[in-house]
Design a protein around this ligand. Structure first.
Ligand code: RB5
Length: 145
């Protein structure tokens, strides 16, 4: 199960990616927002992250204007490793090497076609483990300090 979350700056892109996931039969929950009315991205990031930390969802696709604000907010939540990406290489390697569980996309940065490809890559790529698990462990240790 995937969680989708967006502020007003990411709303339209979330809707595009949502249609794409629906067409592919990927299961998701959408925690909003559901319009272009202004909403603060830290609030929606928190709501999306809760779906992951509770165990209801495995990964998240988050959206704001740049993808940056919502990724900064999401990364404050214990257990969340959020990556803001606009290129294919980063979307793939943040799964392979960082075991990222949230992909953040900018509604004012990437088009729907690129966003859907980045989402597919992110959702379909497995963590490589090994030496990367040691490094991710060190990230978690910093978080626990
Ligand atoms: C909202 O205008 C905008 O600041 C937000 O969507 C995001 O880009 C923040 O990083």
């Amino acid at each position: 199960m995937i969680v989708l979350a967006a502020d007003h700056g990411g709303f339209h892109l979330k809707e595009e990616v949502k249609k794409h996931l629906e067409a592919k039969g990927v299961e998701f929950v959408d925690v909003g927002t559901f319009s272009t009315d202004s909403i603060d991205y830290p609030d929606i990031a928190k709501k999306g992250c809760e779906k992951i930390t509770s165990g209801e969802c495995e990964k998240g696709l988050f959206f704001c204007g740049t993808g940056v604000g919502i990724s900064i907010a999401a990364n404050k939540v214990k257990g969340i490793r959020a990556c803001c990406c606009s290129d294919h290489f980063s979307a793939k390697y943040t799964r392979l090497h960082n075991d990222a569980n949230v992909l953040c996309l900018g509604g004012r940065v990437v088009g729907a076609g690129v966003a859907c490809e980045l989402a597919d890559l992110f959702l379909e790529t497995e963590f490589e483990g090994g030496r990367h698990a040691t490094r991710v462990g060190k990230i978690m240790a910093i978080e626990a300090e």
